[in-house]
Design a protein around this ligand. Structure first.
Ligand code: ADP
Ligand code: ZN
Length: 731
């Protein structure tokens, strides 16, 4: 008897689907979600398409069951394959990101409802009377709700059920969010906004893929503009995915959405409870959820009627996942839009070089909003040359980190009843702690990183692995007591300095160390927006997207910080981050100023920020990338080798390098640099080496990498090899 054999993709790191038998009577289509045996385990997998391998019929195992849920459609399956192929990841590990909410596959249990059947009880009592008076309203009650409302025991309700005076019905589980109404509160747009909205609306109404870069200075109303594209997609009967880099912090975004569309979008990110996520997952497949606002992992939700993808703050590094499957959600979002045949809209005040180049080359449509909405002006940017006007000498510990100019500006701001923001991308009290007597530096035992003092918690903490130890009273090296000194500023230390200068001001420090997690952070951000805080000291958490109406003074404590690391995106990243930070100022019309404290004011990035001439910054940066054939004019892939010992790691890296000299594979279009010990040579006890592969745009980078990995040495023992296509981090 010949049995029907089908390919099944399992959420495991195998390079292809496995073959399974279909039991008699089971009807399956590609994309169906199934349960299959794998060794002693049972796993949730998806029936795939393509050829099946020949398997020994004696070893063939059977699919155990099919879940009652719509199959992953053709587009979704091709998307999984595409991402796997592009990122050199096992397709099953990409599928795993799709099947992130296994509980969602179980049909939701309908709720029990109690209604009046129309019959009279055999014998009427006061308690029964009370119940029936309520139940006669014809609505469905819960058992306990009815008993409670009538002020009787549950036994009375049960008795009436037994006599069929009351009847049970099933109420379907409620939707996680009400459907949005595209006409709920249409925004009156300015002329420039309206033109942009019209172009996006056209893109949505036209069938087929398109990509548009929506670029506009901070506060120009980009959100209002792309909301019109969302409305158009909803009117077309399509679902919408809005990607946001830091969704957990964007309560304000959800509210704005609700104002415009009458209900909130479904949220999808790691801070949503598993139960809620299951509901969202399921209702995305069934189409009950029309709009999802989510972090990068929302990209793998199985939409069936997707009509638009918006990628807000498209330049944000948080879109890159560097864990398990390394992928860039912005780039993969454009791929998903293209495979689905729908528009992608990339939104930013400071677009990535990649997106700017695509827009300039005509690959993306380009919408520009040059002005802030209404009367709001961009902040005036002033550079404080720290070589001449350094920090005040009268800080709490002698020397401070805030220059006199900035302190004066903060004083004026405070007097006017407006808000200041001090930005420093360094958590904790001080980035380095050492012993004044012997010079001992506190280092993480498992990482190449200094331990950062967190004075509020009295701990020394590693920001890479989370290792922490109490701050000791004596130096562990020389035993000297009370001789530990903090070197350099962190936000906590800055807070001390602010307290010294402005003891009366309401000050808050915001970083990811804030106790109370995301919900606390949301509250604090709201408080700032309402003007309940005078001075905000924060890391990049406060830099992005927030609307603080009375913030008029922004001070960047160390504008040079991001320029120091030697990565190819250092200039771009610094430009983006500082433009975003200073963009927090002056969003509602009042004159505002952004101060950049810098030891190299003539640096092109600082100069571009000061002059507000972003066009020439982009022109120069794009030209530099072109000259060096760096992305997007050439392509990069990182190969990260790690092992339990430095020796093993280095040996494997060198062997890989040797295997890469198979020149004929590359046709001169590909070169390999390294191996070099990674700047973060040790992370969580693993020793790391890096190779960097540079390819021209013509080369088949992935094809070459695959051949190389096949031909090269296989990782053994503790050795791991991780490929990172289009790397963003070089640490
Ligand atoms: P961006 O995302 O470009 O930084 P936002 O979309 O957040 O800008 O808009 C900035 C502020 O201006 C918000 O408070 C927004 O509500 C307001 N705004 C923008 N456009 C309009 C409009 N057409 N009507 C009313 N308010 C607007
Ligand atoms: Zn560590």
């Amino acid at each position: 008897m010949s049995q029907n054999i089908v390919p099944v993709l399992l959420p495991i790191p195998a390079d292809r689907p496995y073959s399974y038998g279909v039991p008699e009577g089971m009807k399956l289509v590609a994309g169906d979600i199934v349960a299959v045996p794998l060794g002693p385990r049972k796993v949730i997998a998806a029936m795939w398409d393509g050829e099946t391998d020949d398997v020994d019929p004696a070893k063939l195992r059977e699919i155990e069951g099919r879940f009652d849920c719509p199959p992953l459609d053709e587009t979704m399956r091709r998307f999984v394959d595409w991402v796997a192929n592009y990122c050199l990841a096992p397709p099953g590990m990409v599928l795993k990101m799709v099947l992130r909410a296994p509980g969602a596959l179980m049909p939701l249990e309908p709720m029990e409802g109690i209604v009046y059947s129309g019959r009279e009880p055999e014998r009427m009592t006061k308690a029964r009377q009370a119940v029936l008076e309520l139940a006669r309203d014809g609505l469905a009650w819960t058992r306990s709700g009815l008993a409670h409302a009538a002020g009787v025991s549950a036994g009375v309700v049960n008795g009436l059920l037994d006599q069929s005076v009351l009847r049970r019905i099933e109420i379907p589980a409620p939707p996680v969010v009400a459907p949005p109404d595209p006409d709920h509160a249409v925004t009156a747009l300015s002329e420039g906004q309206a033109a942009g909205a019209e172009a996006l609306r056209k893109a949505v109404e036209t069938d087929g893929f398109s990509a548009t870069l929506l670029e506009g200075v901070t506060g120009s109303g980009k959100t209002e503009v792309y909301f019109e594209a969302v409305a158009a997609a909803l009117k077309k009967g399509r679902q919408v995915l809005i990607l946001l880099p830091e969704i957990a912090l964007t309560a304000a975004f959800l509210e704005r959405f609700e104002q415009r569309f009458g209900s909130k979008p479904a949220e999808w990110h790691s801070d949503v409870s598993p139960k809620k996520r299951e509901q969202v997952w399921r209702q995305v497949t069934t189409g009950e959820v029309r709009v999802v606002a989510g972090a990068r992992s929302a990209l793998f939700l199985p939409f069936q009627e997707l009509g638009l993808i918006v990628i807000d703050e498209e330049h944000d590094p948080a879109y890159k996942q560097e864990d398990r499957v390394f992928y860039h959600a912005r780039d993969m979002a454009v791929v998903r839009a293209s495979l689905t045949g729908v528009p992608a809209v990339l939104v930013s005040a400071t677009p990535s070089i990649e997106s700017r180049v695509n827009a300039e080359a005509g690959k993306y449509a380009h919408i520009k909003l040059a002005e802030r909405f209404a009367a709001a002006e961009l902040p005036e940017i002033k550079v404080i040359d720290m070589r001449r006007s350094g920090p005040a000498r009268n800080g709490p510990t002698g020397g401070g980190f805030i220059s006199l100019v900035l302190i004066e500006a903060m004083k004026h701001t405070l007097e006017k009843g407006e808000q200041s923001l001090l930005f420093l991308n360094r958590r904790g009290y001080a980035p380095l702690t050492l012993c004044r007597v012997c010079g001992h530096r506190f280092q993480c035992p498992d990482c190449s990183a200094w331990l950062v003092e967190h004075r509020f918690r009295r701990q020394l903490v590693c920001h890479h692995c989370g290792h922490s130890e109490p701050v000791p009273e004596a130096c562990p090296e020389c035993g000297a007591l009370d001789h530990l000194v903090a070197c350099g500023p962190g936000v906590e230390r800055l807070a001390e300095e602010v307290l010294h200068h402005f003891p009366e001001a309401r000050t808050i420090v915001l970083s990811s160390d804030l106790m109370g997690g995301v919900s606390r952070l949301r509250l604090e951000l709201e408080a700032i927006a309402k003007g309940e805080v005078d001075i905000v000291i924060g890391t990049q958490l406060v830099a992005k997207g927030h609307n603080f109406p009375s913030m008029t003074c922004v001070g960047v404590i160390d504008a040079d910080l991001g320029l120091a690391n030697g990565d190819p995106r250092a200039a771009e990243r610094t430009f983006q981050l500082l433009a975003q930070v200073t963009g927090r100022a002056g969003r509602t019309g009042a004159a505002s100023t952004g101060y950049l404290q810098s030891y190299q004011p003539e640096h092109p990035v600082i100069a571009a920020l000061a002059s507000g001439d972003s066009e020439s910054f982009y022109a120069r940066e794009i030209e530099a990338r072109r000259q060096a054939a760096l992305p997007p004019f050439g392509r990069l892939a990182s190969v990260i080798i790690s092992a339990a010992t430095r020796q093993e790691s280095e040996k494997h890296a060198r062997e890989m390098r040797r295997a890469a000299s198979i020149k004929e594979l590359a046709h001169g279009e590909i070169s390999v640099l390294g191996p070099a010990e990674a700047p973060m040579a040790l992370i969580r006890g693993r020793h790391r080496f890096r190779l960097l592969v540079h390819a021209s745009r013509r080369a088949d980078l992935q094809g070459w990498l695959r051949q190389w990995l096949n031909a090269g040495p296989k990782p053994r023992g503790s050795v791991r090899v991780q490929i990172d296509i289009d790397p963003q981090s070089f640490l």
